[in-house]
Design a protein around this ligand. Structure first.
Ligand SMILES: [Fe+2]
Length: 199
């Protein structure tokens, strides 16, 4: 009887515990694996976005009349080139090949921006349209970088988080610069005729 008690106390609960612990461990590994796959996928999409944006920003530079808007675009081109290098470094950290993957959401907003450039009619109205197009792109970039930062934090990819947060701050700063400019520098009011009473 005493022997049975020992079996009951030590063997059965312990084995149940160990099965549970193994299940939790396996579940944790699976979750980490899936999260890493998600991180890699998002990184590829951002890589595609930044590389595509380099071409788009180059097209925008020189097409706008506002000097300040042109300066912001030129500075952001340099920043975007560095953002690409940062993403390539993160691929090295996770020991994956840097491969761009088309980001469908970003692709549609980039297409809108390209359409605006192609229908160019130099002037304040065009500058305002470019300002708006790049701001929409920036908003998408900001939400994407915030999301990937959260995933990287969950995966405890400390260096990747640092790098991604540097880029996120850059995107937020550009958005702020463009937002202020909409009213002060691009001067939509005059072009739309509000001051002249045309509307
Ligand atoms: Fe960017």
């Amino acid at each position: 009887m005493q022997e049975l008690k020992i079996i009951h106390k030590s063997a059965y609960p312990r084995s149940k515990d160990s099965i549970e612990r193994k299940t939790i461990r396996c579940y944790g590994i699976m979750q980490s694996f899936q999260l890493m796959k998600l991180f890699e996928n998002k990184l590829k999409e951002l890589y595609w976005s930044e590389k595509t944006l380099i071409k788009v920003i180059k097209k925008m530079i020189g097409s706008v009349r506002s000097e300040k808007l042109n300066d912001v675009l030129s500075d952001h081109l340099t920043e975007t080139e560095k953002q690409v290098l940062r993403i390539e470094y993160i691929f090295k950290i996770i020991e994956k090949k840097a491969v761009p993957k088309k980001y469908e959401v970003m692709c549609s907003v980039i297409k809108e921006a390209v359409l605006t450039i192609d229908k160019r009619e130099p002037g304040n109205r065009y500058d305002a349209a470019i300002n708006s197009a790049i701001k929409i792109i920036e908003l998408h970039e900001i939400s994407s970088y915030r999301e990937i930062c959260e995933i990287a934090k969950n995966l405890r990819l400390i260096i990747a988080v640092e790098f991604l947060e540097v880029t996120l701050k850059m995107e937020e700063a550009v958005y702020e610069k463009l937002s202020v400019m909409t009213f002060n520098e691009v001067n939509i009011e005059t072009e739309c005729g509000i001051e002249t009473g045309a509307y």
